[in-house]
Ligand binder design. Structure first.
Ligand code: LLP
Length: 414
């Protein structure tokens, strides 16, 4: 559940009228709800209450400092994939000792930065990465806590671009290689084995693929114990889906209960890396209709947001609901809602039944995850503002970029 609701025929974000915010900040802008972020985070945390665990929010979903700070105040951990994300977590008041570092290509500098910060664990994705981390840690006189990401080769049944747990994907190491890599890790003085890790994909709306993966990981953990390699934690990654339209993903309670049932009385600490499940429905993108136009039979609503602001529809053919801030009465028309960018792929939604006029404002729902985080300056469009509501209060949490910022750092030849 989220806190974007119609009241008195207009859209509210918590106690704020979204239209008033559009007047104040101009469009387009992202709008986040603090209460929704907190609610979703607690849903995860409460789901595993009573079992040792750590919720490591996946920073890539939305890395705005205010978003990270809200979660840091709840005591959240963080899942990062770059030195930049680590720096953001620290700048936002996050605790580095609750950070796990994922990703297939960590550089030496990033490893050093994370060792200096004292992170909780490196999620390693290859034997070569293990060797590199060992070298870096030894050169600093440190021992790096590690888990190895295994690729359980299960089909998460999600979009091919966001499915990561099949052996054809670049992520993790195969189950077959895993024993060898763990045994190698045990011989190295610069690393200490802490866990086993996996992440099979994103926007999963069913529990069985998670359980298939867990079965395989538990078999591996038993084999490792047999070899005298003790595993302290199991990181199950992120990937729990959300409701964009008519999906019906499991609640974190159902998901966690299914995992805990399988764990039985094992004492493994569970780590979760949710991104979308916390942030997607905690944010909207507010945009204004600039023009309505008709080409033949086709109706278009040209809005002021575009694929550079919200890439998911163009990149994954993702469907996100588009609703008016103030619904009008009347017969709806079917519009393709498109941006001003010079690409046919620049659309926010296709064939949407809307009753709108030029100047009306729309909200693109479920835009809090992988929205601003994937924005670019394509077509020299400044990145939009980000605002967070907290009850009756609204806060600008990232100023709209200025035109001058577009060429910041650029130089013409002498
Ligand atoms: N952990 C790891 C190692 C990941 O690679 C990801 C996401 C997550 C956690 C968080 O997954 P989530 O709970 O958000 O599903 N841009 C795409 C999604 C890409 C996800 C990449 N990895 C989209 O807009 O749908």
């Amino acid at each position: 559940m989220d806190f974007f609701q119609y009241r008195q025929n207009q859209l509210f974000a918590e106690e704020c009228q979204v239209e008033a915010l559009a007047q104040k900040y101009g469009t387009p802008f992202y709008l986040y709800s603090r209460a929704t972020i907190e609610r979703h985070w607690h849903a995860f945390n409460n789901a595993v209450e009573g079992h040792p665990h750590l919720i490591c929010y996946a920073v890539k979903a939305n890395s705005n400092l205010a978003v990270l700070n809200v979660m840091a105040k709840l005591g959240s951990g963080f899942d990062i994939v770059s030195g930049g994300e680590l720096a953001r977590v620290i700048a936002a008041g996050g605790d580095p000792s609750k950070v796990v570092f994922s990703g297939v290509g960590k550089t030496r500098d990033e490893m050093k930065q994370a060792l200096e910060a004292g992170i909780y664990c490196f999620n390693l994705e290859s034997g070569a990465e293990l060797e590199r981390l060992n070298e870096v840690a030894l050169s600093m006189g440190k021992v790096a806590p590690v888990s190895i990401r295994v690729n359980p080769d299960v089909d998460a049944g999600t979009h091919p671009y966001i499915s990561t747990g099949l052996s054809e994907n670049k992520f993790g190491i195969t189950m077959e290689q895993a024993l060898e890599v763990f045994q190698r890790a045990q011989q190295l003085d610069g690393v200490a084995i802490k866990g086993v890790d996996c992440h099979i994909g994103s926007q999963l709306t069913e529990i069985p693929p998670f359980l298939d993966a867990l079965d395989r990981l538990l078999t591996l953990i038993d084999e490792l114990e047999g070899l005298g390699i003790r595993i302290h934690h199991l990181d199950v990654g992120g990937g729990l889906g959300v409701n964009y339209g008519d999906e019906n993903p499991p609640h974190p309670d159902q998901y966690a209960r299914a995992l805990l049932d399988k764990l039985g009385d094992r004492k493994l600490t569970l780590i979760f890396e949710p991104g979308r499940a916390i942030m997607a429905n905690a944010g909207i993108l507010v945009t204004q209709v600039e023009f309505l136009k008709q080409n033949g039979d086709k109706h278009f609503a040209v809005v002021d947001a575009a694929m550079n602001d919200l890439l998911r529809p163009s990149l994954y053919s993702a469907w996100q609901n588009i609703i008016p801030l103030r619904p009008r009465k009347g017969e709806p028309t079917h519009y393709d809602v498109v941006g001003p960018i010079c690409e046919t792929g620049d659309f926010i939604g296709k064939d949407r039944a809307l009753c709108i006029e030029a100047g009306d404002k729309l909200a693109v729902r479920s835009a809090g995850a992988y929205g601003f985080a994937m924005a670019s300056n394509y077509n020299s469009r400044p990145k939009v503002a980000e605002v967070m509501v907290d009850g009756e209060k609204d806060h600008l949490v990232r100023a709209r970029e200025t035109i001058e910022q577009l060429w910041q750092g650029e130089q013409v030849l002498p």
